[in-house]
Design a protein around this ligand. Structure first.
Ligand SMILES: [Zn+2]
Length: 214
């Protein structure tokens, strides 16, 4: 279950499914990543399904998933409506953050991230963070088809031309064997007072973050 918490003075969102390590989503409350006290890595997101493992490099161009295997770095990705995914492998003690907008979701970036982690899906805890929800996310026929084509069971994943990106991501993960998934109930558009929404705010450049530090 997701709940609001404070990190220092700042309001953040976390899940009781993943208390260890530091895995959370920021809000409109501007968060200073320096408080994490580590090197902070963020990729140049392009709505791709490219996933990289964090190493000595500082820059990760054209990358929408970062895998973290060390305790010295922190990673974060930026969001305003797109679906943030945080993964943690409880056996290997490694994690990842991925960016699943419709393009990333259509390219199955969630399963692709777990594959690149070389994790057993049974060992994975998955958090599906705040994103635009089925209430507010209307798409065209082509996008709807591309999204629904990624899963075998399409029950409950759409309502007319509105699609549920969070549930489609969850279904993709369930279909490869992930069974510990927490899905954030908040819609970034309906809950625009807490989160940024690209659609609601007419293309805002502001972003909330999904953050992971082992
Ligand atoms: Zn909504």
């Amino acid at each position: 279950m997701f709940y609001f918490d404070n990190f220092g003075e700042k309001k953040i969102l976390r899940s009781d499914l993943l208390q260890e390590p530091n895995a959370f989503f920021t809000t409109r409350d501007e968060f200073d990543l320096a408080v994490l006290g580590s090197r902070v890595i963020s990729p140049n997101q392009t709505h791709s399904s490219n996933v990289e493992i964090v190493d000595k490099r500082i820059e990760y161009p054209n990358t929408d998933g970062l895998i973290l295997t060390n305790q010295n770095d922190a990673v974060f990705l930026r969001f305003a409506d797109c679906t943030p995914l945080i993964f943690y492998d409880t056996k290997k003690k490694i994690g990842a953050v991925s960016h699943a907008g419709w393009r990333g979701t259509a390219a199955k970036i969630g399963p692709k991230t777990i594959e690149k982690m070389e994790s057993n899906p049974r060992d994975i805890i998955a958090l599906i963070g705040p994103a635009i929800s089925v209430c507010c996310y209307e798409v065209g026929e082509d996008v709807k088809e591309k999204l629904l084509d990624t899963v075998k069971s399409k029950d409950g994943l759409y309502n007319g031309m509105n699609v549920d990106l969070k549930l489609i991501n969850a279904r993709q993960l369930e279909e490869i064997g992930v069974n510990k998934i927490d899905i954030c109930p908040y819609c970034t558009s309906c809950n625009n007072d807490f989160f940024y929404s690209y659609r609601k705010e007419n293309g805002t450049r502001n972003r909330h973050l999904a953050v992971l530090k082992l």
